[in-house]
Design a protein around this ligand. Structure first.
Ligand SMILES: [Zn+2]
Ligand SMILES: [Zn+2]
Length: 190
């Protein structure tokens, strides 16, 4: 089971979260993992990750906290709408901590309005799915992929995100299948 945890900053669009849940469930179902949508929680417990000077949240400390959520999850993915950063980077779309099998993504810079473009639900949804699959790929042990169309390709900017697809390339798919099989081996159905 993969846990999807909405973390509300300003306000997460419910439809977007439900569509993401459905799409992740269908895709990771192919690898034998289902997705459970958890009740939305508030950003308040994460305020210690907030950097006032930058006006951003430190993504890795948020992912550490997400990892503490209880339950029999093979992966935990937080999704929020506040802006995220990492040390040495202006921003990140998301981050993963593979040893803890937790990750977080933000829709803050996936929304076309951030780039002064009109609101576009489909585009936002597609970008969100790509970043979610990407971080979950890291959680299940995949490194970045040199194939620019593969979802595991590193996104330096929103252009990279828009260029790549939302699926793993053949090589990455082979690897993740192997890793997930090893993870769920002998533990019955997940
Ligand atoms: Zn990455
Ligand atoms: Zn790949």
């Amino acid at each position: 089971m993969i846990g999807l945890l909405p973390i509300k900053g300003y306000g997460l669009p419910q439809e977007l979260i439900e569509d993401l849940k459905r799409n992740l469930d269908a895709y990771f179902g192919e690898f034998g993992l289902n997705v459970e949508l958890m009740p939305e929680i508030d950003i308040k417990p994460f305020l210690d990750s907030y950097n006032e000077l930058r006006g951003q949240f430190l993504a890795s400390t948020m992912a550490y906290r997400i990892a503490r959520v209880r339950g029999d999850f093979k992966a935990l993915l937080g999704i929020t709408d506040v802006d995220l950063y990492e040390r040495g980077m202006n921003f990140v779309f998301g981050v993963a901590i593979p040893p803890l099998r937790s990750a977080i993504i933000s829709i803050y810079r996936l929304d076309p309005r951030f780039y002064r473009k009109p609101y576009n639900y489909e585009k936002l949804g597609e970008r969100t799915l790509k970043e979610a699959v990407h971080e979950l790929g890291h959680v299940f042990g995949l490194p970045h992929c040199p194939n620019p169309k593969c979802v595991m390709h590193f996104s330096n900017s929103i252009f990279d995100t828009d260029f790549k697809g939302w699926r793993f390339c053949e090589k990455c798919e082979e690897k993740i299948k192997y890793n997930i099989d090893r993870l769920t081996e002998g533990r019955g159905n997940d």
